[in-house]
Design a protein around this ligand. Structure first.
Ligand SMILES: *Cc1c(COP(=O)(O)O)cnc(C)c1O
Length: 383
């Protein structure tokens, strides 16, 4: 039986991770070496020569990620932004154009608007929910349409299959940042996307102990191009970081189920709470993207945002009063986090089209005991 026939959980635990034939290691070792001995000039024992080009621990992670996303090739990077930079500079030349969501992850927007623009790559920011606007934004120089779904921190939903059709009509590729959903909840390649992007720092790593990124593709020509740039640009993860992400990925399915269980219960709790004005979660039937999310996602994820009746002041106060929810940026770890986007993750976009409401609080709902999470929020929201 090959990984092709395996279910998601089996792929997470076994794809790319067969026991070592010589030693029997059940867990892929951390191959903490920069170089590999050769038997005569060019006589490579296991196909490896230098760890920037390839390292066995990283290969295991890359094969596992490809299997989880249903792609043919996975590539691991030192961070999500390193993965994005390598993708953008692999497919774009001076004069080329990228369509970006008007609520893109801030670091993605900064990379495209302030780094790639110096290399002559232009962009247009559009709301991805408006498919006519996306189609109108493409030009004959558009190489990529960039998609994130669900989005951060407003949890908007984009229709991956519809965006893929628009991108392909324009002769461009669709890249989907799948960080918020994780491959357990959503698999963009099967919906027509050409490239999946991850910050493995988040759900894939899952324990807030590593920064990493990944690209997964199904097209061999694009895979070769990305592999060339991964080696030529060199923003690769070390063996230990690769091992941490691979270890995290093994439990992705069970963690995501609990993240979703807890998030759904927290949404129901916040809905009833007098201090809360509005709850944003794609699992709610009244969410504008609910039908699309229900079609393309297995469940609706562990991220929940809400607005407070008491405005900005109440939001900042609540963020300072929780004890189980840790006040911190980032997301996707086993521990619950709380943050105030307007003053933390999204402070740099104040005054721009990407500005977020000041009364908004974002939760990354972890996998702790639900009663403890509810009691913690109740205390923090009490007058
Ligand atoms: C964190 C994040 C990134 C950037 O990843 P890093 O690992 O921090 O470089 C990109 N996209 C999304 C949606 C993220 O949450």
């Amino acid at each position: 039986m090959t990984a092709d026939g395996w279910g998601f959980e089996t792929r997470a635990i076994h794809a790319g991770q067969a026991p070592d034939p010589a030693t029997g290691d059940v867990v892929v070792p951390i191959h903490q070496t920069s170089t590999f001995a050769q038997d005569g000039v060019g006589g490579l024992r296991g196909g490896y020569e230098y760890s920037r080009s390839a390292n066995p621990t990283r290969t295991a992670l890359e094969e596992c990620l490809a299997a989880l996303e249903g792609g043919s090739t996975g590539l691991a990077f030192a961070s999500g932004l390193a993965a994005e930079d390598t993708l953008l500079r692999s497919v774009c030349r001076p004069g080329d154009h990228v369509v970006v969501p008007d609520d893109a992850y801030g670091g993605t927007y900064r990379l495209i608007a302030r780094v790639l623009d110096r290399w002559g790559v232009t962009h247009t920011a559009v709301p991805l929910g408006d498919l006519d606007a996306v189609a109108a934004a493409t030009t004959d120089r558009t190489r990529l349409v960039w998609c994130e779904t669900p989005t951060n921190p407003l949890l908007g939903v984009a229709d991956v299959a519809a965006l893929a059709a628009i991108a392909h009509d324009a002769g461009a590729r669709l890249a989907v940042d799948n960080t918020f959903a994780s491959p357990y909840l959503q698999q963009p390649l099967a919906l027509g996307a050409d490239v999946v992007v991850h910050s493995t720092t988040k759900y894939l790593g899952g324990h807030s102990d590593v920064v990493g990124g990944a690209l997964v593709v199904a097209d061999d020509g694009l895979a070769d191009e990305l592999r060339f740039h991964q080696n030529a640009m060199g923003s690769i993860p070390g063996p230990f970081d690769s091992w941490l992400v691979l270890r995290g990925a093994k439990t992705l399915a069970v963690r995501m189920e609990r993240h979703c269980d807890n998030a759904e219960a927290i949404v129901a709790f916040l809905d009833e709470h007098p201090a809360v004005a509005e709850v944003l979660y794609p699992g709610r039937p009244d969410h504008p993207g609910h039908a699309v999310a229900a079609r393309q996602m297995r469940r609706f994820g562990g991220m929940v945002s809400f607005r407070l009746v008491g405005g900005d002041e109440a939001a900042v106060r609540a963020c300072g009063l929780t004890q189980v929810f840790t006040l911190a940026e980032s997301l996707g770890g086993v521990e619950s986090l709380i943050e105030h986007p307007a003053r933390m993750t999204h402070a740099s976009v104040a005054g721009s089209a990407l500005e977020v409401p000041a009364d908004l609080v974002r939760l990354s709902v972890g996998i702790e005991t639900l009663d403890d999470l509810r009691a913690d929020l109740d205390r923090a929201l009490s007058p």
